[in-house]
Design a protein around this ligand. Structure first.
Ligand code: NAD
Length: 428
């Protein structure tokens, strides 16, 4: 294990107070996570993860903490760090680190070198399974820590950007163990990306800026799962929403969903608030900054902080200053100000008051993570190196647990219906 990389409890002045506050956050989240509670009972009883060492690089906040506890309760040793320097809640990290079987290196606000040192420290625990949000562990292992590959059964990837990069890696025959694309399951994508990102991004932005959505012109870049969620929720709060896209079908979908669609070059001058959700780079650049309105608010909900070209904005601006917690104001030569939230990082997680996705949404996403980890331990040999869809039966099982907890019953197919759906021979 790395001697020099600090654990969270090594760096906090008030470790005991932080632990108490972290435990409070964990216990609040726990009561609204029926899927993880149910799985926790099963895992504690059956110990499916006994002897496993799980490395995690995730947004370290309360909901993630409940997943970490569940994996530990299932018998694993868990070492974790953040997957974004600004999304860690130090108190939650400390409360986790204080528990048996859990080591946390996640510290909020670390620079790039310390961030990767923490990734290495997690990998020094010789994982048998990796759980990523953005792929940092997998990329590090394949580039610099290849000696670890022998012991690794497989991994799970939480987000779109991570899955897309892993697919490219697999296409090049560079991915050397099986990875479940947790992001792509209906239980994750249809709820977490759409509702979670939509609700949490707008909530974080409203709380950070104290501006209202009603009557505001909001430009949403990207109309994928996240962009759809953000657009719909903003419209639901009476904003005027303009969507920008590069895929003709998505642009058409946005249009037919009732949104204005136009190129960013045109939208830039009209928008009062901008939210990027593309998973791509350079979506807002100098040409756009030049025509934006005074006081424009810019935020990113995509995985990496590359959607807003902050280097170009810094170069263009005369000066910048902290305008409010979580907001940097860039003063432009002509007197206009452009306000950027959370340094262009995930706005739903990285502003000082951000709470991340709602608890119930993460209960679903992390339910899938938990059953995928169990699947890798119990049936990992069924999966070859590469990116794998999560077996549909696992996704359905997790949905069933949630519906039961919510007291929602639904219909089942009759035998005749099953037979009809399974056959091409029945005509009209
Ligand atoms: N904020 C969060 O907590 C959160 C949650 C889930 C996913 N994500 C991240 O959000 C990003 C988007 O995820 P998704 O599931 O919506 O992906 P997606 O692939 O469904 O959607 C991305 C959309 O952006 C469009 N796009 C690409 N480049 C563009 C450009 N230059 N201008 C306009 N549109 C462009 C694509 O055509 C696509 O429709 C990813 O980086 C993902 O990892 C963030």
């Amino acid at each position: 294990m790395s001697q020099s990389t600090p654990r969270i409890t090594d760096v906090l002045d008030d470790a005991a107070d932080s632990q108490t506050s972290g435990e409070q956050k964990l216990s609040w989240a726990r009561q609204y996570m029926p899927i993880l509670s149910t799985l926790s009972e099963q895992f504690e009883r059956a110990q499916p993860l006994a002897g496993e060492r799980i490395a995690m690089a995730m947004h370290v906040e309360a909901k993630t903490g409940i997943l970490v506890e569940l994996l530990r309760d299932g018998g694993a040793e868990v070492a974790l760090t953040g997957c974004n320097p600004l999304s860690t809640h130090d108190d939650v990290s400390a409360a986790l680190d204080a528990q048996d079987g859990i080591t946390s290196y996640a510290i909020r606000g670390v620079g790039s070198e310390d961030y990767y040192d923490a990734i290495d420290a997690v990998l020094d625990h010789d994982p048998t399974i990796t759980v990523d949000d953005g792929g940092d562990l997998i990329f590090r292992i394949h580039k610099d820590r290849r000696e670890l590959l022998d012991d690794i059964r497989g991994g799970c990837e939480e987000t779109t950007t991570g899955v897309k990069r892993l697919l490219l890696m697999a296409e090049d025959d560079e991915l050397e163990y099986p990875v479940f694309a947790v992001n792509d399951t209906p239980m994750k994508r249809l709820f977490d990306n759409v509702h979670g990102t939509g609700e949490a991004s707008l909530a974080s932005m409203a709380m950070t800026t104290n501006i209202s959505w009603a009557g505001r012109t909001v430009v949403v870049a990207g109309y994928g799962y996240c962009g759809k969620g953000v657009s719909r929720k903003a419209a639901g709060q009476n904003a005027r929403v303009i969507v920008t896209e590069v895929d003709p079908r998505k642009a058409l979908e946005a249009h037919m969903d009732g949104f204005e669609v136009k190129p960013m070059a045109d939208a830039a001058a009209e928008g009062e608030v901008f939210i990027t959700t593309t998973g791509n780079r350079d979506v807002l650049v100098r040409d756009h900054f030049e025509v934006m309105q005074d006081g424009a608010v810019l935020a990113n909900a995509g995985h990496f902080d590359i959607e807003i070209d902050l280097e170009a904005l810094e170069a263009y601006a005369d000066s910048s200053r902290g305008a409010r917690a979580g907001i940097t104001a860039y003063e432009l030569p002509d007197g206009r100000t452009i306000n950027v939230l959370a340094e262009g990082r995930l706005v739903n997680l990285a502003t000082p008051i951000a709470l991340g996705h709602p608890i119930g949404v993460m209960d679903q996403s992390f339910g899938i993570q938990a059953v995928c980890v169990r699947e890798l331990v119990e049936h990992g040999d069924r999966y070859s190196p590469g990116v794998h869809s999560v077996p549909d039966s696992l996704d359905r099982d997790v949905a069933d647990i949630k519906l039961e907890a919510e007291g929602i019953a639904y219909d089942t197919l009759t035998e005749a219906q099953e037979d009809y759906l399974a056959s091409w021979a029945h005509g009209t």
